[in-house]
Design a protein around this ligand. Structure first.
Ligand code: HGA
Length: 615
């Protein structure tokens, strides 16, 4: 949420900032703004709404400044989306500019104190206290890095910031505490950004800034200091293997559609090199747990938010069946404030596409305090959650830009299944025969998903057209497909703004069945080989006898289902363990196609942003 890009070097700065912001726009699109140094002073240009509006404004700027600049795309937390609340924000004299991702929790107090000293504020944001605090320190005689460090010592909350000053226009300052920030190290130029794709066109060499660190960037140098005491810190440069084109739409109309179509590859990349196709053995030493540690586990606790939480719920069914350990799946925003009943024999598994999700990260930290071990499932190399866990299973799904998560979800499901096979083989809770069976079915999944997309996309398009005007939807599943019902409903509501609820089908009679009438379409997930199939059919009958319309996903050739459902979309027969992956695909396509026919902005749904780095 909120995207920051910063540049110092010799290039024309506006195109760099705009390209960076274009690649960060998934993080927020309430407003966008840039600041650069031009003819001896700082120019700030900001526009309400999507980046396009800023682009239009900049097209009329008429000059091509070089050297230093900052850009920001906003997801508002404090202060309505409006031009005057757009970043960058400045000090009283507009000699200093700041972009910020995060929340300054004590901004009321700080603002009151600064106003008493005569500072004039122009916005309602929490962010604006930062340039004013820095201004105070500059006036007290400190140089820019020290002024930033001292200013930040007064701030409580979360921040990733970029700063530059008209009196030192060769120097860009970056600092972070609980919001992500990565530095891009170029030749004769340096960058800072909230996320890797923003700097990929120019460099693949990056430094991940940690909490409590700041950086002084000039075109030829990058120095990292501790925010606590200003001491120098040596950091390693990491090399990124994504390329710039991976963050492009590649001819698809939307990122979401491209990412749906990329799933066969993303799933394959997740298990490639980790799953022996002959023996079904899994090798994931990167989880960094010894066999003794795996054997000593008494409990698993999965921590996640949103779509990743649904992946975690699927994980619970898998772990409980094949690893025989109790599993709790916890929402990050709840877990972090709960009384924790976990200890060093608990394994926590934080799941997050970005590895920066604020609530998941805070939960991980609490679990670490009581000695729990942690193995993360993440897509972004070097992200904070991966650095704070004992080990990580990277999903290798490539950059996910669409705000509605798709390929990250199915690769998280794949990674969870790998972990289940790995623990099952180590703890001997899974026989070799079962392991081979599950491995064989996972190996088939990329091919099955590819064929499935090809087959169902036109059918789903028709369905979406016919049901586009419905205002409510129910999604029903049982057992391992219950979380997929939740995920299907979430996808529909987030991008098409249709009210949708996911339910465990057996729960219908405890309340939701009262909602059923001819205006309530019900999407039922009913594979014929699941042990709860008959129960599912009974639940479908119950809906049908109340004039509900059933849209069903089920197994090819299932005549019983075809008889009870109004419309059916058939899927290939697949094993229970991989069925969540396959049954997700048509639901993603349905949400996508409904959103398209309703004219919604698929990649940038209202009020949302990706990579939720605030509480
Ligand atoms: N609090 C700042 C920045 C918002 C943000 O980081 N969102 O994710 C604002 O409201 O502008």
């Amino acid at each position: 949420m909120c995207g920051i890009i910063g540049y110092v070097g010799e290039r024309a700065v506006i195109p760099v900032l705009l390209e960076g912001l274009r690649r960060l726009e998934y993080r927020g699109y309430d407003s966008a703004g840039v600041a650069f140094f031009d003819e001896g002073k700082i120019s700030v240009i900001r526009a309400l709404g999507k980046l396009f509006n800023l682009q239009e404004l900049l097209a009329g700027y008429g000059k091509n400044p070089r050297g230093i600049g900052l850009g920001h795309t906003r997801w508002a937390t404090h202060g309505e989306p409006a031009e005057h609340n757009a970043h960058p924000h400045g000090d009283c004299r507009q000699e200093l500019v700041v972009v910020h991702n995060g929340i300054i929790e004590n901004y009321h107090t700080l603002r009151g104190m600064l106003e008493q000293k005569g500072h004039k504020f122009r916005s309602q944001t929490d962010t604006e206290v930062i340039p004013h605090l820095i201004e105070e320190e500059l006036e007290a005689g400190f140089d820019l890095p020290e002024a930033v460090r001292r200013a930040l010592s007064k701030v409580e909350g979360a921040y990733a910031i970029g700063v530059f000053w008209a009196k030192a226009p060769h120097m860009l300052i970056a600092a972070r505490y609980q919001s992500p920030l990565v530095l891009g190290i170029g030749e004769g130029e340096n960058f800072m950004a909230s996320d890797i794709p923003a700097i990929l066109p120019w460099t693949k060499n990056v430094i991940f800034l940690d909490d409590g660190e700041m950086a002084i960037l000039t075109k030829d140098s990058c120095q990292i200091l501790s925010l606590r005491d200003g001491r120098k810190i040596a950091k390693e440069i990491s090399r990124i293997h994504w390329d710039a084109a991976m963050a492009e739409k590649a001819g698809f109309k939307h990122f979401m559609l491209k990412e749906i179509y990329e799933q066969p590859q993303a799933i394959l990349n997740t298990f490639r090199g980790r799953l022996d196709p002959e023996t079904g053995e899994v090798n994931i030493p990167e989880i960094c747990l010894s066999p003794e540690e795996v054997l000593s586990l008494k409990k698993i606790c999965i921590l996640a938010c949103g779509t990743s939480y649904h992946a975690g719920l699927v994980g619970k069914y898998l772990f409980e069946r094949w690893v025989r350990l109790p599993v709790e799946v916890e929402l990050g925003s709840e877990f972090r404030y709960r009384d924790l009943l976990i200890d060093k024999n608990t394994l926590v598994i934080p799941i997050s596409q970005s590895g920066e999700t604020a609530d998941t990260l805070a939960s991980l930290r609490r679990a670490r305090e009581v000695g729990a071990k942690a193995v993360a499932i993440c897509n972004v190399l070097g992200s904070t959650i991966t650095r704070e866990s004992d080990g990580t299973i990277y999903t290798h799904a490539g950059p996910e830009i669409g705000v509605a998560s798709t390929k990250a979800f199915t690769s998280q499901l794949t990674a969870l299944l790998l972990l289940v096979l790995y623990f099952g083989q180590m703890r001997k809770s899974l026989s070799e025969q079962e392991r081979r069976r599950i491995a064989r079915s996972l190996l088939r999944v990329p091919y099955q998903v590819e064929k499935l997309i090809e087959k169902v996309h036109p059918e789903i398009k028709d369905l979406a057209y016919d049901y586009q005007r419905k205002e409510h939807f129910l999604y029903l599943g049982r057992n391992i497909l219950f979380p997929i019902a939740l995920e299907g409903a979430l996808k529909l509501k987030e991008i098409s703004y249709i009210h949708a609820e996911g339910y465990a089908a057996g729960e219908m009679k405890h309340g939701p069945i009262a909602l059923i009438d001819e205006n309530m379409p019900v999407m039922a997930l009913a594979p014929a080989n699941h042990h709860v199939y008959e129960k599912m059919i009974s639940n479908i009958e119950e809906v049908r006898s109340r004039r509900g319309e059933i849209l069903a996903l089920g197994t090819e050739g299932d005549e019983t289902l075809a008889r009870v459902a109004t419309r059916t979309v058939s899927l290939p027969e697949c094993e229970w363990e991989v069925s969540p992956i396959l049954y997700t695909i048509p639901l993603q396509l349905l949400a996508y196609e409904v959103a398209v026919v309703r004219g919604c902005d698929v990649d940038q749904p209202r009020n949302l942003a990706k990579s939720v780095t605030v509480e």
